[in-house]
Design a protein around this ligand. Structure first.
Ligand SMILES: C[S@@+](CC[C@H](N)C(=O)[O-])C[C@H]1O[C@@H](n2cnc3c(N)ncnc32)[C@H](O)[C@@H]1O
Length: 224
């Protein structure tokens, strides 16, 4: 029965998404520091004053951040402003030192949030993006259909790796933390991919070290 169920799910996957690929990455996120620990360490070490979080939900992360000024944007709950990231970026005039993107987990929204964040990031600042390393095909399928949802945020990281004016990495911690600095790209991804949305999970599984520019959390400090 269990095998028949699995077979049925795989058929749905194939017909809906045109992709049959069931291998998985074996990160055990419990062994790595949390997003909160990483964000707070950066704030303390870099003496940052201004924090923006896009997508706050139950304030699990937002409430723990200790900093002089913090703004949280979410259309449903949590944070300080009840609106979408698009509305926020359209009207905002403030600049930030650390921007944590954790809103709508689709490629299209995330690349828009990255581009908008780069415009309001202080020169010495950094953008962090949650959920960049899905372990299984199910975790990254859009729309959401299974347990922990990373969405296809990872495709926005691959895209930003091709910018020459942004320096992009992915820290191996807490479901994958994208890290973007507003400076010349030190390791530009040379690729002939023209539509990042069309990337498949199999491409990611095989190439994720190259695509995502992976780094260990111990190396994080050296990037600043
Ligand atoms: C994964 S939760 C955020 C979790 C939180 N950052 C944390 O670390 O605990 C995603 C949140 O993004 C919000 N969201 C969805 N679409 C959004 C959008 N277009 N702009 C901003 N936030 C959005 C949802 O309402 C949800 O609360």
């Amino acid at each position: 029965m269990k095998n028949r169920y699995k077979f049925f799910l795989k058929r749905i996957l194939y017909y809906l998404y045109g992709e049959k690929f069931y291998k998985r990455l074996d990160y055990n996120w419990e062994k790595f520091p949390s997003r909160f620990e990483i964000i707070q360490n950066i704030i303390t070490q870099q003496k940052y004053n201004n924090y923006l979080e896009i997508g706050c939900d139950r304030n699990e992360n937002f409430s723990k951040i200790n900093i002089q000024n913090k703004v949280g944007v979410d259309p449903l709950r949590g944070g300080t402003l009840r609106m979408t990231s698009d509305v926020f970026f359209k009207n905002n005039i403030k600049k930030f030192d650390l921007i944590f993107l954790d809103g709508l987990h689709t490629y299209e929204q995330t690349i828009k949030d990255i581009d908008n964040s780069l415009k309001i990031l202080n020169e010495r600042g950094v953008i962090l993006i949650h959920d960049c390393l899905p372990k299984k095909i199910w975790n990254q399928i859009v729309p959401r259909m299974y347990g922990h949802w990373n969405g296809d945020v990872w495709k926005a990281i691959v895209h930003s790796r091709t910018y020459n004016y942004a320096d992009t990495y992915t820290c191996i911690a807490d479901h994958g933390l994208g890290i973007i600095f507003k400076r010349k790209n030190k390791n530009i991804l040379k690729t002939n991919i023209s539509n990042f949305k069309d990337l498949k999970f199999k491409d990611y599984f095989i190439n994720h070290k190259l695509y995502m520019n992976l780094i260990d959390h111990q190396k994080l400090k050296e990037l600043f």
